[in-house]
Design a protein around this ligand. Structure first.
Ligand code: ADP
Length: 491
């Protein structure tokens, strides 16, 4: 029996290109699928930022040509590898991908993003034909790849090579839909018939994500709870009707985290390593002191004063409106707050102003820094994640692994992964807000701060979180089951 062949198409993949959790998912899931005997290849654009030497990216000398709008565009294929033998295919086109940002700059999105990802989506199909490698499944991720299923069922429908290929489309965040003005429709190369309310048209615009929702064989989101929420007007971003119509093909599979990167017992970025089995509070204390020193914050009472951490996009989605509203009160509490993130300018200003006023209480790192993220996950006591909505969320899973207790608003994947701690029964693994408000955030923080003084209970809570299994293995098995439901001939 030949192996099941899956092609993952994604605009970002760790370690090659990352702006969010999507990159972590596509970097990790294939490695687990490989262990389950699936032949996986990953395909993404070859961006300017990629260090060809560091990532051992080689030119494949394969090239293709096809029209995007009124011009012919050339794509060249490069390759690399992750895991044992997961091949990475990278599509090069200097005009589209040799730019400073992945999708835009600080002044906004690139105006030709539709063209760029039309080129990529068709390029994915051209590449596999060129390489004569036909997968049973193409697994697409987010709007940038959402036209692939459409092309398979329209432009490439009669092409012998593509017959029988099935598609899975994963929504990592429904709010990002890839919406463009109708004047750009010609660059899709599709027949105008596709521009209607049952297909790509959405309130007089082209909606690429909607194309993925309509044309893919199966749809998934990254947590069971979010798959239910997006079928409601509150979370459906206008697409709830389309999603309801596809509800029998829509499911939620929780993301895992890559324990080869995120494990405090073997994390080379930490000055001290620790495990759940031999957890010593003194180790955590040393890591706290290291982190405080790094931020020139007072270390004297580190044992008594809990440190709250946040590693996040600084955006309203992540609950930063609540954090901002709660900050004046937080500055009166006996806590420290260490923030790592980039995002909305207003939060950059607010946070750096506050850090100047209260340098002993709050430290702010307005950068993207993977190494610092490891130190913060390890060296803080509680992890703030009061998201307004959250497709899955990786931060709370990493925090649990590092014995840092998550504090969350119960939405999306946070509902599936964090249960409120009850000091009487000792059930639960984190602190869950009663509602989405600054008061509820402060209440949950106070409950955490109080419990922190009970060292015995706190240690038990830390250990419990560290022992939970959010590895990719379980999720990969679920994806495999889904693939097999589309390809019944594969055992
Ligand atoms: P998102 O909605 O941004 O994808 P997730 O929680 O799913 O949120 O994933 C965010 C990932 O990015 C986590 O792995 C988190 O640790 C990481 N991250 C976010 N901001 C930063 C930053 N400024 N520096 C380093 N890592 C970051």
């Amino acid at each position: 029996m030949s192996k099941l062949k899956v092609l993952m198409a994604s605009p970002e993949v760790v370690p090659f290109a990352k702006t969010g959790g999507l990159a972590d998912v596509v970097g990790a899931l294939p490695k687990e699928l490989e262990k389950l005997d699936v032949e996986v290849k990953i395909i993404l654009p070859k961006y300017k930022q990629m260090d060809v030497t560091k990532f051992k990216i080689n030119e494949a000398k394969a090239a293709f040509l096809f029209p995007v709008g009124s011009t012919m565009e050339r794509g060249k294929v490069w390759y690399s590898k992750i895991g044992k033998n997961v091949q990475i295919l990278l599509i090069e086109n200097e005009k589209f991908f040799d730019r400073d940002g992945l999708y835009g700059t600080s002044t906004g999105d690139y105006p030709d993003n539709l063209k760029r990802f039309v080129f990529f989506s068709r390029g994915v199909l051209e590449t596999i034909r060129l390489l004569d490698w036909k997968p049973e499944i193409i697994h697409c991720h987010d709007w940038q790849t959402a036209l692939i299923p459409t092309y398979l069922k329209t432009l490439y429908k009669e092409d012998e090579f593509f017959q029988g290929i099935k598609t899975v489309f994963t929504i990592h965040n429904l709010a990002y839909q890839g919406v463009f003005p109708p004047e750009q429709f010609v660059s899709t190369g599709l027949n105008w018939e596709e521009y209607n309310p049952d297909k790509l048209e959405f309130y007089n615009k082209i909606n690429t994500l909607k194309a993925g929702l309509v044309y893919s064989d199966k749809l998934t989101t990254v947590s069971p709870q979010y798959s239910k929420e997006i079928q409601t007007p509150e979370f459906g971003c206008g697409l709830e009707g389309v999603l309801q119509a596809r509800s029998t093909d829509l499911s939620g599979i929780l993301n895992g985290i890559d324990y080869s990167i995120w494990s405090p017992g073997k994390d080379t970025l930490l000055p001290i390593k620790y495990t759940a089995n031999q957890l010593k509070i003194s180790d955590k204390l040393k890591l706290k002191e290291h982190l405080l020193n790094l931020h020139t914050m007072p270390v004297e009472s580190a044992e008594k004063v809990p440190i709250l951490g946040s590693i996040s996009r600084l955006a309203d989605q992540k609950g930063y409106d609540l954090i901002a509203a709660a900050l004046p009160m937080l500055m009166n509490m006996d806590i420290r707050l260490i923030i790592l993130g980039t995002g909305d300018e207003k939060y950059h200003t607010l946070l750096s102003d506050l850090a100047k006023l209260y340098p002993e209480k709050i430290a702010v790192n307005l950068v993207f820094d993977e190494a610092l993220a490891h130190l913060i996950y390890a060296g803080t006591d509680m992890f703030l994640m009061p998201s307004n909505y959250e497709p899955c969320g990786l931060g709370q899973l990493i925090a649990l692994r590092y014995g840092t207790i998550p504090l969350v608003n119960p939405t999306g994947g946070l509902v599936d992964t964090v249960q409120d701690y009850n000091p009487e029964t000792e059930e639960g693994n984190g602190f869950v807000m009663q509602r989405y408000s600054p008061e509820a955030l402060l209440d949950a923080i106070s409950r955490g701060v109080n419990l922190y003084q009970d060292k015995e209970k706190w240690k038990k809570l830390m250990t419990k979180g560290m022992m939970l299994d959010f590895s990719w293995k379980t999720s990969a098995e679920k994806y495999l089951e889904l693939y097999k439901s589309l390809v019944p001939a594969i055992e």
